[in-house]
Design a protein around this ligand. Sequence first.
Ligand SMILES: *Cc1c(COP(=O)(O)O)cnc(C)c1O
Length: 497
Amino acid sequence: MFYNSTRNSNVRVTSAEAIARGISSDGGLFVPETIPELSLDEIVSLGGMSYAERAAFVFSKYLTDFTEAEIRLCTESAYNTKNFETESIAELAHLFDGTYMLELWHGPTCAFKDMALQILPYFLTTSAKKMKLDKKIVILVATSGDTGKAALEGFRDVEGTSILVFYPEDGVSAMQKRQMKTQEGDNVGVCALKGNFDDCQNGVKAIFTDSDVKEQLDKNGMMFSSANSINWGRLVPQIVYYISAYAELVKDGDINAGEKINIVVPTGNFGNILAACYAKHMGVPVNKLICASNINNVLTDFINTGVYDRNRRFYATVSPSMDILISSNLERLLYLMTDRNDAVIREWFGKLASEGRYEVTDEVKKKIQDEFCAGFCNDDETKTVIHDIFEKYSYVCDTHTAVAVKVYNDYKASTGDTTRTIIASTASPYKFSPAVLEALEGKASDIDEYSKAYRLAELSGSKMPSALADLKNKPERFCDVIDKTEQKNYVLSQLGI
Ligand SMILES: *Cc1c(COP(=O)(O)O)cnc(C)c1O
């Protein structure tokens, strides 16, 4: 299996190279040359395996330059009960009639990002070894909250790597800040920046491409790599849980083998739902992929009209991990839907960069609409859903997952479709306690964030994940706050250069 760039189909690299490089030098994203197909029997037989074994099976189709032992080392190091609070790793909660919550947040940082970031460090170090890079891998991350913490936990104490995360001083929640300031590990660093998320991201990008920094890293036997969702190594682990969930439903007798399901995904950068699309193309029987957005609804408009237009107001919402106007992984979908037409991808994404807007052909729009539906909801509707689900089922879901539930309810009401449905549940409600508590109580309260989390536990009868509860007594290790002009020197000095 080889990988092409979405902006140049002649680029052809191994999976190790795609993962180690992260992004193609032409600015395109790496995608597999063909999508491997699984038979229904193969999918169903996964039901008899552990999650790590299911993952190894799927990876063996994509990472064909990895040996079986290398894949096994990666999956067993990542998907175990030391890292995840449940044996099943991705827990399938049977909640409503014919609706299932795929809880992807039982990992160390309580968001679905762990499903990929627990294994990416092993993919990356294995890839570097295979390519004989023989360098220490330095991961630089700019985060608005969830990715930074998940990357820190994934890379902490992984041999041959070090990681440095920048977050906006006033741009993350109190719980997210605590999660990062108390981070453990000998190869980690965290620093707050006076500025917003864009300042963090621009600074990191500038350092990545600074030839002086690159030379100094080179001299010291180091290289940069990326842990964000443009890296194929973050996407492929996400395909696994959709295939795994299907096998699980068949095993439990909830569906017949071959019966179609819907999959609903609360979407931001389009990585998670793209993984569901890959699972479908590999052979999982899927009726509709339902893309749920908050009021930053650029994707809803795109799927419904074929016009992608980021020239619009940006809103801060109670589902902040979906507050995004440029969904990078859409590029991979469009490459697929245009039958791998790199020229047209270059044209559209050139327009996106210069004008903030592009429009796909009617043919491509129709192909997308055959597979996808889209909807969005606002913050009030999100909170109402959290309240209603709790009243009806005594189940608490987080703000992002609630957006998916609302969009699914609307879909069901307008289509009458009763196909069994999996909803991707992307975060623990305790990561967003203030909004969730407000939804349950019907009013905001002014107690501190930890008290809110405890009140949420009391009210809901659910348990705060120990990963969050334990933070309360952990010492803060990283309290540096710097100006954005100091970012480059800070990186060099932290690396001891
Ligand atoms: C990152 C994130 C999302 C969005 O996922 P994408 O793959 O970027 O579409 C949704 N919910 C939560 C909680 C997240 O952290």
